[in-house]
Design a protein around this ligand. Structure first.
Ligand code: ARG
Length: 601
């Protein structure tokens, strides 16, 4: 793995944690190691809330404790001024020079000084996981978008990330589908056959054929028998059957790749390791669990009975290892998959981006793997659940005819809404955008809007898919962030046009004071590293989304209060440097969210 070159710069919040921590240890040696509780502040740059808890421990008045701690803050720290407020809060104001030096140090580093805090950690991320021959639906969008953001963040922090697309490409349903295709050779479904036809993609065609097959299976016993024979043929490796299956997989994968490319996610065909890949391992897995006495027979099936979870009937919940007919399914495949990821991929951490309805499945899976001794304390396996996407009526998203909504249709809808907004915006500002540029920007804005709407809320919450709201220029939207990025770019462009370049190193403050809006902007931009560490820890991308939003707002406030090009040197150079830092920080944040950062819109 390549070493990451970076000048790791601790955030100002960390520096203050350090300084106040030292002060606590000096003032109350027996309390050394207590968390100073550095938090955002309405009255200063940051505040330390530790004195209240400390006062209880040392049996003193909180204001007195606060005073003693503040007097012990080491000289030369970033703290410029301390004020004690309320019952004993330490309001901390940073020295102007400390703020400025910090901003310039970040700007000088290509990684903005973000430490490689995940170096040495190998993370397997299981995400997207659509099903072959089935339309990708809104449920897959969340796994794909959230998973991709985590891939980006963890990789940026230096983790070695292994993406795994656990495609649903195996199972008895393929027997039915293949048999139907064999008996209906004229039904078009291949890429080349449907070109220009009524079906938008091979996957929708296959989805339709599968439904027809299912109906026949339920009504025609002879077809059902032939379909069952076909399952046997598929499982025993019959050449003709396998060839058709392979073609179905390839056509579907091709379509998924189009979706991934359009979404701008990093998943590629080589990340696919579908259920079928584990097929050869299932018998060994079942045997191992049976021999260890972890899997037991129940009604002719082989199951792992949970020691931790009971079902509604009061009986232990069961993981199905082998069905009564001897077949293996989703549960067994996931057991083999987990074993492979631990033993062969040598993962330190395994993340499963799968919706909250599969929570029980993963609990049972991890419990079984722990009992089998595969999953030890050295490895962290985490189900990262998320809620559903709801329609405008607040119910799970369905089309008017009650069918699940196709992902591509949803993206088209968002892009159309974005196009209206971008066109109106351009007309209002009198910016000339030709049609091609407009389409490109609308695509970036529409896709960005969908992704941002998905990433900006707490993961486990359901959210309503509302294209109009998600493409608004104002408010907490992807479009607002992209627009902020274009404004930053435009300032820098105009500077260049006037022959004013962004200084490589800006002039030092030289005793001048920073405006409050400048301080706020520096402080916000500075916190990126801590935000990313928090995302790596609790796997909540909304923290990064919130950071980008705060940064865009801090920039808006700054831009209103502090003229950039209209100022004189050296203030102008300093502000241009700040615009540069803000633009790069916002662009990095958007990149890690997986959202395009256009130069104009
Ligand atoms: N194909 C599954 C679905 O559509 C998701 C697979 C998730 N990953 C896993 N290892 N089970 O529900």
């Amino acid at each position: 793995m390549p070493e990451i070159e970076t000048r790791a710069i601790p955030t100002l919040a960390r520096q203050l944690t350090e300084a106040v921590g030292t002060a606590i240890a000096t003032a109350y040696p027996e309390q050394a190691g207590a968390d100073p509780l550095i938090r955002p502040s309405d009255h200063a740059d940051l505040q330390a809330n530790a004195a209240l808890a400390l006062a209880k421990k040392v049996g003193a008045n909180p204001r007195e404790v606060a005073t003693r701690v503040s007097e012990a803050i080491p000289a030369g720290s970033a703290v410029g001024q301390v004020e004690i407020s309320g019952p004993g809060f330490l309001n901390l104001t940073l020295a102007d020079d400390a703020l400025w030096t910090q901003a310039e140090a970040r700007r000088a580093d290509p990684r903005l000084g973000v430490p490689a805090s995940q170096a040495g950690v190998r993370t397997v991320i299981d995400y997207s996981g659509p099903n072959i021959a089935k339309e990708m639906h809104v449920g897959h969008i969340r796994s794909t978008v959230i998973g991709d953001c985590l891939v980006r963040v963890l990789a940026f922090l230096g983790s070695e990330v292994i993406k795994q697309n656990h495609l649903g490409d195996w199972g008895t349903q393929f027997g039915m589908l293949i048999q139907y295709i064999v008996e209906h050779p004229d039904s078009p479904w291949r890429h080349a056959e449907i070109e220009g036809g009524a079906q938008p993609s091979p996957v929708s065609a296959l989805d339709g054929l599968y439904r027809a097959a299912r109906q026949l299976f339920d009504t025609d016993p002879q077809f059902a028998d032939r379909a069952r024979d076909r399952v046997v043929a598929l499982q025993s490796g019959d050449a003709e059957t396998l060839a058709t299956w392979r073609e179905i997989v390839a056509e579907s994968q091709h379509y998924f790749d189009l979706v991934y490319t359009r979404l701008g996610v990093l998943l590629r065909a080589e990340d696919s390791r579908g259920e079928s890949w584990y097929n050869d391992r299932l018998t060994a897995v079942a045997d191992e669990l049976a021999q260890a006495g972890i899997a037991v027979s129940s009604d002719g099936a082989l199951v792992v009975l949970s020691e931790e979870v009971t079902g509604p009937d009061g009986q232990p919940a069961a993981l199905m290892v082998r069905k009564r007919d001897g077949g293996y399914g989703y549960d067994t495949t996931d057991l083999a998959t987990l074993q492979y990821r631990i033993a062969e991929l040598d993962a330190d951490r395994i993340l499963y981006l799968v919706d909250a309805r599969q929570t029980l499945h993963f609990r049972l899976l991890f419990e079984a793997a722990r009992r089998a001794g595969w999953l030890t304390d050295e490895v962290q396996a985490v189900h990262v659940p998320f809620g559903s996407i709801l329609g405008p009526d607040g119910k799970p998203f369905k089309t008017r005819s009650g069918e699940t909504v196709r992902l591509m249709d949803l993206l088209d809808e968002a892009v159309a809404a974005a196009e209206t907004v971008v066109r109106e915006g351009a007309e209002a500002k009198g910016t000339a955008l030709d049609e091609a540029a407009l389409h490109e920007i609308a695509e970036q804005a529409g896709i960005g809007a969908v992704k941002y709407a998905d990433l900006s809320g707490s993961r486990v919450k359901d959210y309503v898919f509302d294209t109009e709201r998600m493409t608004a220029f104002n408010g907490n939207t992807g479009v607002y962030l992209q627009y902020a990025h274009t404004r930053l770019t435009s300032i820098l462009r105009r500077a260049t046009e006037r022959g004013l370049s962004v200084p490589e190193t800006a002039p030092s403050l030289d005793g001048a004071a920073l405006e409050p809006a400048e301080r706020a902007l520096i402080l916000t931009a500075d916190s990126l590293a801590d935000v990313l560490d928090a995302v790596a820890e609790d796997l909540e991308p909304h923290r990064l989304a919130g950071f980008c939003y705060d940064l865009a707002r801090a920039f808006t406030d700054f831009y209103e209060a502090c003229p950039v090009l209209g100022s004189d040197s050296p203030v102008r150079e300093r502000r241009l440097a700040l615009v540069d830092l803000t633009r790069r920080t916002l662009a990095k944040g958007l990149e890690l969210l997986g959202i395009a950062a256009p130069e104009r819109m």
